[in-house]
Design a protein around this ligand. Structure first.
Ligand SMILES: *Cc1c(COP(=O)(O)O)cnc(C)c1O
Length: 401
């Protein structure tokens, strides 16, 4: 059985052209890029070519690119590195309640180090209010870190406007653009950002490699000390194959983004329409229009998302839910909770995140298999107002992480 993969916001498969570009760097091109001999030089060239590809993807200077071990490391470096560099100027950070854990938990860590953090709220669509941002700024604010697009709902924040506000107040602005990369045009100048995070594996590149863009002149201390790699900003012998893969992934994203984005939007709308037509009480989570083309997060009321996922998995469909396992209990997503969803509705959420492999046939298959699954689970739900049907075995939710 060929499965249907609809969890592209969690990770994507490596594109064949990316793999092809990486392969020689596992074997023939094996030198240490810091070595001055021929073996090192050709590998160095591979890294610098990749750096140029990433720089043109972000419309910046290659010198402003730092390769890291992924989105989480880039977010950590941005927040800790800027705070360390600017701690004499102030101790206040502004972020949102719906950030990825790589930002959220790093900000919580900074609070333990004596920094103060404002977590901006979001509305029912998962959108922030720019007035809240302006009101949160103080003389002590040294960093604003706000994601570009939310990984759970796909809601897109007005990064360019946020950047303008930060610029006027001379505050360093970082954005986690991991989910936006390859889906929305990333031009660091148009966006008014000082630092920007991307990750290769969300972009049809390999896992374990990321980029932090740091604008020339922006103050940031390194986190990993050692050799002089990455212009003294990130020590350690480079993940050469990963970096080469990241470069190729950016090239492909630039080439294919427009056409693929339109295709995915059509498929996503077909899925949304099909599900709402065939199933009652389906609620969209996320902004109706300011949203990533590939992301559909919906709550099936009176159903547990985890149970739905298990049933979908039995039919070969991979998606994810708005619950995360923490210490054995199912906690509803912090994103959906911040949007004001009651716990039981948050628990009934499923995220379909579409990608290159998906076809219209995939969408139609899901539209076909979902209604009976939801009906069966609702029949067992006391909240749905029906008596328990003993002929149906209850599927219990389990942690999937
Ligand atoms: C996946 C993701 C990250 C983390 O990236 P890794 O490369 O997996 O460490 C950070 N932010 C967002 C929004 C993400 O979706």
């Amino acid at each position: 059985m060929k499965g249907i993969y609809m969890d592209n916001n969690a990770t994507t498969p490596v594109h064949p052209e990316v793999m092809e570009a990486m392969l020689p760097f596992f074997s023939e091109h094996f030198g240490n890029p810091s070595s001055i001999h021929w073996a090192g030089r050709e590998v160095k060239k591979g890294i610098e070519t990749a750096r140029e590809s990433v720089a043109s993807f972000l419309n910046c200077d290659p010198k402003e690119i730092i390769f890291t071990a992924g989105g989480s490391e880039s977010d950590n470096l941005a927040i800790k590195g800027v705070c360390e560099a600017l701690k004499d100027k102030g101790n206040h950070i502004i972020t949102t309640r719906v950030e990825h854990p790589a930002v959220l938990h790093t900000c919580e860590y900074m609070e333990k180090q004596g920094f103060q953090v404002t977590y901006l709220p979001v509305d029912m669509d998962g959108m922030i209010n720019l007035e809240d941002l302006k009101n949160a700024i103080t003389d002590k604010t040294i960093l604003i870190t706000i994601m570009f697009a939310n990984n759970e709902t796909g809601t897109i924040f007005p990064i360019s406007e946020i950047g303008k506000i930060a610029k006027e107040r001379k505050i360093t602005f970082h954005t986690d653009a991991v989910q936006a990369a390859g889906k929305i045009l990333l031009d660091v100048n148009a966006l008014n950002v000082d630092l920007l995070t991307i990750s290769a594996h969300k972009l049809y590149g390999p896992k374990g490699v990321g980029v932090l863009y740091v604008r020339k002149g922006a103050k940031m201390k390194p986190m990993i000390h050692g050799g002089g790699q990455e212009r003294n900003r990130r020590a350690g012998t480079e993940n050469v194959t990963g970096i080469v893969g990241m470069g190729k992934a950016c090239e492909i994203a630039m080439r294919d983004m427009d056409a693929e984005g339109e295709r995915l939007l059509r498929l996503r709308e077909r899925l949304h329409k099909g599900l709402t037509q065939k199933i009652e009480h389906v609620k969209l989570n996320g902004h109706p229009s300011m949203r990533l083309n590939n992301t559909l997060n919906v709550s099936f009321e009176y159903v547990e998302g985890e149970s739905l996922l298990l049933n979908l998995d039995m039919d070969g469909v991979a998606a994810s839910s708005g619950s995360a396992c923490s210490s054995g209990s199912l906690e509803p997503s912090h994103v959906l909770t911040a949007m004001g969803l009651p716990h039981e509705v948050a628990h009934g959420s499923v995220r379909f995140s579409l990608g290159r492999s998906n076809t219209e046939a995939d969408i139609d298959k899901i539209i076909e298999i979902m209604p009976p699954v939801v009906a069966r689970l609702r029949a067992m739900s006391p909240l749905y107002g029906k008596s328990l049907n003993p002929s149906v075995e209850r599927t219990t939710a389990v942690c999937q992480h």
